[in-house]
Design a protein around this ligand. Structure first.
Ligand code: ZN
Length: 285
């Protein structure tokens, strides 16, 4: 049976299921009940060091189109002269009070220690190495940028089991963006809203990436995937604006316009904003 779940209808179904199941499990915090109607789009823009150039253009598009994105910062690559600009950008707000750009921890140096990503910052390195790098990045955010990083995404999306424990030891991290197909192990301390009910008490969510490292944006393929994507509580699109040329910028803007068409009911959110939206902390418009 094919049912296209939409907004209130989806909620009605879920409430009915809750009642029918005899309320064995409380549904009050069910992700779908808390989600806005329609698709949530999370832009995961990786590899920012210094601002300027393409990053300025990318952020200007976010502002002009009233959307938002998460930007993964490589702490070591941020030159001192960029710090005031990053702080200024972090203070640009959406209408709902959330930042237009959520800066998040994308590792301390993003260095490939072996070719072909055999050893990367959080992959096949030891516990102390990973913990030190994670801490350096978090402290760069808090001590230098005066911003709290609530989200993480590993360079190349490569991690090992030990990484999970390290991230969990930083309680300010609520969101881990991850590409599930690379490693198949179960994340015990993390819950993916695509798979599980998120309770009010869940401090950590894992968000799985749907579109990896696009070099170009073919709106037709997003259009084709839309019905399937719209069944999910959110989609993550991973991008690298620093490497874009004119053509890719234009295609990206076309994609944004596609999602902004009223019939698609898409809402853009940053990773932490999505986490908070599920915990009913949305600041009223
Ligand atoms: Zn990266």
């Amino acid at each position: 049976m094919q049912i296209k779940f939409h907004g209130n209808f989806k909620n009605t179904i879920l409430v009915s299921i809750c009642l029918l199941s005899g309320l064995l499990v409380s549904c009050k915090d069910d992700v779908s009940l808390n989600s806005p109607n329609g698709l949530v789009v999370i832009l995961k823009a990786d590899d920012m060091g210094d601002v300027g150039g393409n990053w300025n253009r990318f952020i200007q598009i976010l502002v002009d189109d009233s959307i938002c994105a998460g930007i993964g910062v490589i702490s070591k690559n941020v030159h001192e002269s960029s710090i005031p600009e990053i702080q200024k950008i972090a203070n640009i707000k959406q209408k709902n009070g959330y930042p237009v750009v959520e800066f998040w921890n994308h590792g301390y140096d993003h260095i490939d220690l072996k070719p072909n990503s055999e050893i990367t910052e959080f992959y096949n390195t030891d516990y102390n190495y990973q913990r030190t790098h994670f801490r350096l990045a978090q402290h760069f955010f808090s001590d230098t940028l005066h911003i709290t990083s609530h989200s993480f995404g590993a360079p190349h999306n490569r991690t090992k089991l030990i990484t999970e424990g390290i991230i969990e030891s930083f309680p300010e991290i609520n969101v881990w963006q991850h590409y599930g197909k690379i490693e198949q192990y179960t994340h015990t301390g993390w819950k993916d809203p695509k798979l599980r009910v998120i309770q009010e008490t869940d401090k950590r969510i894992i968000l799985s990436i749907d579109y990896l490292s696009l070099k170009s944006f073919n709106v037709e393929s997003f259009e084709k995937n839309y019905i399937n994507d719209n069944k999910k509580p959110y989609i993550i699109i991973q991008i690298h604006p620093a490497t874009w040329n004119e053509e890719i910028f234009v295609k990206f803007e076309n994609l944004i316009q596609f999602y902004k068409q009223s019939e698609h009911h898409a809402t853009f959110m940053t990773p932490y904003q999505y986490y908070e939206s599920m915990h009913k902390k949305l600041i009223a418009n």
